[in-house]
Design a protein around this ligand. Structure first.
Ligand code: NDP
Ligand code: 8X3
Length: 250
C-alpha cells in the first residue's frame, strides 16, 4: 500500500483527482502546484492527509529545497506522480511562439526531471517506491500543431522506460500513463490562452475521458503487488481513434 505520495500539478484536473483519490484511501499526499489557493481547497477536504506545497517545478533549486524540507510525516515518499504539465498553442511549427515551446519543455521535461531526481534517492535507499509519469498519446501519435507538446511527451515516455533500466534491482517501479482526450480539466483552456469557448469546442459532441479515469489508472497501477510493474498505460475515450495519413497532391 502507498503510504505517502507526492503529486505535481495537484491544483486542478488530473492532479487534484489523483490527490483526492489517494487521500480517500488513507494515503498521505504532498499536493504541489503554483496556485496555493486551489491546493488549500483540496487539502481542506482531507484534513491531516494532504500537505499543500506551493511549487513551480521549473525552479530546480525550489524543487530540491521543498523536497528536502518536507515535514517528517510526509518525507518518506513511496509514490511520485509527475503530472504537472501543459500544452501551449496549436499553431504549426513555423508559426509557433518560442516562449510557449520553452514553457512546455521547462515544465513537462525539466520539471519532471527535477522532481524525479530529488525524490528517487530516498526510494532507492528504502528499497521501495513507484514513479508514475503522466505522458500522453501525443507522445506516440503525431497530429498537426502537436509539435513540441508531443515531443515533450515522447521524452516522458522514453525517460520512464530508461528509468526502469537504471532502477533495476532497487525495488522501485516506474509507470507511464498516456491518456488521450480528457475533459473536465484546464488543459485546453491553457492551450488556447484562456479562450474557454475554443477550449469547450474541443469536446463538443463527444464524451472524453475524465480526471476520475486517470485517477483510477494511477490508483490501479500503484496498488498492484510489489512484484508487478506496469510499464505503460495508454487510454483513450472510445470516441477518439486514428485517421489516415494525409497526402498532399499537386
Ligand atoms: P490542468 O491544466 O487541469 O492541470 C495541469 C496542472 O499542472 C495544474 O495543476 C497546474 O497547476 C500544474 N502546473 C502547470 N505548470 C506548472 C508548473 N510550472 N509548476 C507546477 N505545476 C504546474 O490539465 P490536466 O489535468 O489535463 O493535465 C495534467 C497532465 O496531463 C499534463 O501533464 C498534461 O499534459 C497531461 N495530459 C492531459 C490530457 C488532457 O486531454 N487533458 C491528455 C493527456 C495528457 P498550477 O497552474 O496551479 O501550477
Ligand atoms: C493531451 C491529449 O490529444 O490533446 O495530451 O494532445 S491531446
Amino acid at each position: 500500500m502507498v503510504t505517502t505520495a507526492f503529486v505535481t500539478g495537484a491544483s486542478t484536473g488530473f492532479g487534484a483527482a489523483i490527490t483526492r483519490r489517494l487521500a480517500a484511501g488513507g494515503t498521505r499526499v504532498v499536493a504541489s502546484a503554483r496556485r496555493a489557493g486551489l491546493l488549500a481547497d483540496v487539502a481542506a477536504d482531507h484534513p491531516g492527509l494532504v500537505h499543500p506545497l506551493e511549487l513551480d517545478v521549473r525552479d530546480r533549486a525550489a524543487v530540491e529545497d521543498a523536497i528536502a524540507g518536507l515535514p517528517a510525516r510526509f518525507a518518506d515518499i513511496d509514490l511520485l506522480v509527475n503530472n504537472a504539465g501543459l500544452a501551449k498553442g496549436l499553431e504549426p511549427a513555423q508559426d509557433a511562439d518560442l516562449d510557449d515551446w520553452d514553457q512546455m519543455l521547462d515544465t513537462n521535461c525539466r520539471g519532471l526531471m527535477y522532481c524525479t531526481r530529488a525524490i528517487l534517492p530516498g526510494m532507492v535507499a528504502r528499497g521501495r517506491g513507484h514513479v508514475i509519469n503522466v505522458g500522453s498519446v501525443a507522445g506516440t501519435y503525431p497530429y498537426p500543431g502537436g509539435n513540441v507538446y508531443g515531443a515533450t511527451k515522447a521524452f516522458v515516455h522514453q525517460f520512464s522506460q530508461n528509468l526502469r533500466s537504471d532502477l533495476h534491482g532497487t525495488g522501485v517501479r516506474v509507470t507511464c500513463v498516456e491518456p488521450g482526450m480528457c475533459g473536465g480539466t484546464e488543459f485546453s483552456a491553457v492551450r488556447f490562452g484562456g479562450d474557454r469557448e475554443k477550449a469547450g469546442a474541443v469536446y463538443a459532441g463527444m464524451r472524453p475521458l475524465g480526471p476520475a479515469d486517470i485517477a483510477e489508472a494511477v490508483s490501479w497501477a500503484s496498488s498492484l503487488p510489489a512484484h508487478v510493474n506496469i510499464n505503460v498505460i495508454e487510454l483513450m475515450p472510445v470516441a477518439q481513434s486514428f485517421a489516415a495519413f494525409q497526402v498532399h497532391r499537386s
